[in-house]
Design a protein around this ligand. Sequence first.
Ligand SMILES: N[C@@H](CCC(=O)N[C@@H](CS)C(=O)NCC(=O)O)C(=O)O
Length: 223
Amino acid sequence: MGSKPKLYYFRGRGRMESIRWLLAAAGVEFEEEFLETREQYEKLQKDGLLLFGQVPLVEIDGMVLTQTRAILSYLAAKYNLYGKDLKERARIDMYTDGTLDLMLMIASAPFKAPGDRDEAYATVTRRAKTCYFPAFEKILKGHGDEHCLVGNKLSWADIQLLEAVLMVEELDAAALSDFPLLQAFKTRISNVPTIKKFLQPGSAKQPPPDRHYVETVRRVLQQ
Ligand SMILES: N[C@@H](CCC(=O)N[C@@H](CS)C(=O)NCC(=O)O)C(=O)O
C-alpha cells in the first residue's frame, strides 16, 4: 500500500465520484485503478479486498475500505470537513444523505431502458427543484451571514451539495433559477481553491456517463 490513497472503480462517476470530490477538496492526491475487465474485479475478490463483493474500494492509511458512506465519513473526519461536534455531524450526515440520494437517482438512470431513462432524468430534475433545492435554499436563508451549510466552515455537506447542483444543472441548465442563495453558494464553493482546481479540465473529475461506461460496468459486474 503506497502513501497516497488508491481508488478502485470504473472510469466514470458512479458511487466513486463523491469520494474523488472530497479528496480533491481536501487537497489530497490519490491514485486510481480503473476496472475495465472482469478479471480485474475477480482478482480483487480473490485477494479478499471486496467485503461484500462491491466497489467503490479505497486503500487508505493501511486500511481497505468499501461502502461509499463509510469511506466518505472517514475522509470527512480525517480532513476536518465533518463539523466541530456531534450535532454538527448529524446535520452534515442529514444533508449528505440527501444529496447522495439525489445523485444516486441520477447515476442509476443510464442503466435503465431508453424510454425509462428519460423519464428517470425528468423525475430527478423535478425532485431536485421541488424538494432538495428548496430545502437547501431554506437552510441557507436561515444562516444570515454564514456562508456554509453547517457551522460557517467548509464541510463535506458543502462539497457534496455543489457536486449535486452541478449534476442537476447538466440535466437542466436553468435548475437554479428560482434559488438565488443556492446560486451564490455555487459561486462561493466553486471558488474554494482546491475545488476550483478540481473543476478545471484535466483533473480527476469524471465526465457524465456515456455508452462505453455503461457497457464496461455491465461487462465487469456481469449484469
Ligand atoms: N452500499 C454500497 C453499494 C455498492 C454497489 O452497489 N456497488 C456496485 C457498483 S456501483 C457493485 O459493486 N455491484 C456489484 C454487486 O453488488 O455484486 C456502497 O454504497 O458502496
